[in-house]
Design a protein. Structure first.
Lengths: 335, 335
DNA sequence: CTCGTTTAGTCAAACGTTTGACCTTCCACC
DNA sequence: GGTGGAAGGTCAAACGTTTGACTAAACGAG
C-alpha cells in the first residue's frame, strides 16, 4: 500500500514481467494474451505498490491530455454553475477531467496562453460576450472547440438551446392569464440568446393577435435589469406583465417594480428565463422557464469527445423546457 | 505564423542552433551565455513557427504539472465562486492553471482518482462536509494539500477566516440597535465554521451582558434556513433579532419569517455572514458581514506554491471583515 | 519428426523537454 | 608561444508510458 513515485518499472520488477505487460493490463488492451494467473500477479503488484499511471508520460506518448476545457465569463453566475455540473459529469464519464476557467483574468486569449500546448483535447465556450479577435484567439489553441448557446455568423460549431420556444412558453403563460399588454426586458443588444428570446416573444404575441409591448434591452445582471425596468415603467402606457430574458435581470427588475410602488403580481406580473433554486425564495417567488443547462454542458462534452477537427456542428438541443409557475404571475388587475 | 505540432526540433532547425538553446531562451535560463543576435534569431524562429512548449513533455521532465486543484462541494454556491476567483487569479500570477472540481461526481476520492498521478502540484479543499476516510483519500494523492476555512483535529494544514470576529461584528450591530433578545441560526452541527461563528455569537452576547437567545442549527442552504427559522420562531419567547451563520440560510429564513407574518425588520431583524451581490436585491435588502473569500483562495494558492511536503500551516487570514448594513436590521419594535 | 500456428509474453523506439556535462574557439596575459 | 579562462554553444541522458514488431516455447496436424 505504499504510495509515491511508483512507475511501471517498479511494478514490473515485482510482478516479474515486462513493463509492457503492466501497461496493457492496466489499460485493458484487448490484443494482450495473458494467463489468468499472470494477470492476477500483475494486478496484485499494482495494488500492493499503489501504482497510478503518470499522466504526463501518458499524454506525451499518446498526444491526448484526457482533459477538456470550459471557458465561462463568471463563476458567480449560477446559470453557468449548472452548465459546469453537466459538463463535469459527462467528462468524468469519459474519464476526462474538466478544467473550467473564467474571463476574470486576461480573457480568453490569456487563458489559452496559460493552458499552453497540449494541455486540453477540446474547449467549450459558454457565454455571450463579444470579444474582439475571438477567432484568432481560438486559432492559437490547436484544439477543437464548440460554442455553447451562442451562434456567430462566422462559426459553424455550436450547440444551442431552444430559447425561442422558452420565450413562447413564458409569453403564452402571460397571455393565457389574460394579459394583453406584455412588455419585454430583452437581453444585451446583439447577444445571440437575446435575439432568439426576443424573436420568441414577438412570435407569441403575433400568434395571440397582440401587438408587441414596450421592449427595453438589459444586461443579464440584477443592476441591468433594475435600470431597464425603471425605463420600461416610464412608458406612457405601462404593461401589466413583463417577460424578462434572464433571471438575474428579473431579480433587479423586481426590485425596481417594488421601488416604483408596484405590487407583484397584483399590479404587474413577471416571468423570466432560467430557473434557480433561489427563485422560490424571492418575494414573491418568481415564475421561470427552466432550460436544460446541465444537458447543454453534457452534450458539449460528448461532442468534443467524438469530434473530428474541422467538423462542423450546428445543433439545437431538444431537452425539456418547462414553465415553473410560482407567485409572480397572476391575471391582470382590472382597475 | 503557422501553428500546430511545432516542436523544439523544428525551431532549432530554423534558427540553426541546438534544441537546448531554444529551450533555455524560452525559459530565460540565466546560466545561458548567448550572443544578442543569436537570441534574436531564436526568438524570430519561435514567433515565425508559433512554437509553444508541449506541456506533457515539460511536466514529464520536470515533474511539475504547473496546475493546482481546488475541490468544492458545489459550483452553484456563490460563496465558492468568490474563492475560485481569488484562487484562479493567484494561480495565473504564478503561471499556473487552476482546475476546480466539485463533489457532484464521485466525491473527493473519485476526483483524486480521476486526476491521476502527477496532474496537479497541490490541492485546495474548500467546504465543510465531513467525508468518511477523508485523510485516506488525501493520502492517495501524492500531493500537498491545504484546507480552506476548515480545521480538523487531525489536520495541521489550513487557512481559516476570522469567523468569530465576523459573528461578533454582526451581534454587536444588533445589540447596538437595542436588541436584547437575539437568536442564532447556527450552521450544521459539528461544522468548524459553525462552531467559530457560534462562539463569536456567545462571546458578543456575554460581553454585552446578555444571555444567549434561542439557537437552532441549520444547513447552509435556503431550505435548511427556512426549516430552522420556523423552529426558532416557535420559541415561547421569540427573539427580536437573529444572527444567521450563512447567507444562504438567511434567504430561506427570511421566507419563513414572512410566512409567519413577521415584517422584516420592523418585527424581526436579520443579519447573516457572507455578502452577495444578490443581498441588495432581496426584500428587504439583507444586512451582511462581508468576508475576504477571494483573499482566502489567493492565500491558499500562494501557500501551495511555496510549501514543502509535510510542512504544516495554521493561519488565520486577517483580511478585511466588514459589516454591510442594509435594510433587514433596525431597532426593535417596542410593543 | 517437422512444420505451421497459437500462446504468452519481450524488446525497444518514440513522444518533446530539460539540464548537467562537455567541447570548441577566441582572447588576454605572462 | 603557451596557458588559463570565458564565451557561446553542443551533446545526450533522462522523465514514464505506449505500442508495433518480434520471439521462444508449446502444441497440434500431417
Amino acid at each position: 500500500m505504499k504510495s509515491g513515485r511508483v512507475t511501471l518499472a517498479h511494478v514490473a520488477a515485482v510482478a516479474k514481467v515486462d513493463r509492457a505487460v503492466i501497461s496493457r493490463v492496466v489499460n485493458n488492451d484487448p490484443t494482450l494474451n495473458i494467463r489468468p494467473e499472470t494477470r492476477e500477479r500483475v494486478l496484485a503488484a499494482v495494488a500492493a505498490l499503489g501504482y497510478r499511471p503518470n499522466v504526463a508520460a501518458r499524454s506525451l506518448r499518446t498526444a491526448r491530455a484526457h482533459m477538456f476545457g470550459l471557458f465561462i465569463p463568471d463563476f458567480a453566475n449560477p446559470v453557468y454553475a449548472e452548465i459546469i455540473k453537466g459538463a463535469e459529469a459527462a467528462a468524468a464519464a469519459l474519464s476526462y477531467v474538466l478544467v473550467t476557467g473564467s474571463a476574470a483574468g486576461a480573457g480568453l486569449g490569456g487563458y489559452i496562453d496559460l493552458l499552453g500546448q497540449g494541455r486540453i483535447d477540446g474547449l467549450l465556450l459558454a457565454g455571450a460576450e463579444e470579444e474582439a479577435g475571438l477567432l484568432e484567439q481560438l486559432d492559437r489553441a490547436t484544439v477543437p472547440w464548440i460554442m455553447l448557446n451562442r451562434r456567430s455568423p462566422s462559426v459553424k460549431r455550436y450547440v444551442i438551446l431552444d430559447d425561442e420556444r422558452a420565450a413562447r412558453l413564458a409569453v403564452e403563460h402571460l397571455v393565457g392569464l389574460g394579459h394583453r399588454r406584455v412588455g419585454h426586458l430583452a437581453g444585451p443588444v446583439g447577444a445571440d440568446t437575446a435575439l432568439r428570446r426576443s424573436a420568441g416573444y414577438s412570435a407569441a404575441m403575433r400568434d395571440a393577435g397582440l401587438p408587441d409591448g414596450p421592449v427595453v434591452a438589459a444586461d443579464y445582471t440584477p443592476a441591468g435589469g433594475a435600470a431597464a425596468m425603471t425605463a420600461l415603467l416610464a412608458d406612457p402606457d405601462p404593461p401589466t406583465a413583463v417577460f424578462v430574458a434572464n433571471v438575474a435581470s428579473a431579480i433587479g427588475a423586481m426590485e425596481s417594480a417594488r421601488a416604483a410602488g408596484l405590487e407583484i403580481p397584483r399590479q404587474i406580473s413577471m416571468v423570466a428565463v432560467h430557473d434557480l433554486d433561489l427563485a422560490s425564495y424571492l418575494a414573491p417567488p418568481l415564475t421561470t422557464v427552466r432550460m436544460p443547462l446541465a444537458e447543454l454542458g453534457r452534450r458539449g462534452v460528448a461532442l468534443l469527445g467524438s469530434l473530428k477537427l474541422d467538423e462542423s456542428v450546428e445543433e439545437v438541443l431538444d431537452g425539456p423546457i418547462e414553465l415553473i409557475v410560482r407567485l409572480s404571475t397572476a391575471p391582470p388587475y382590472m382597475a
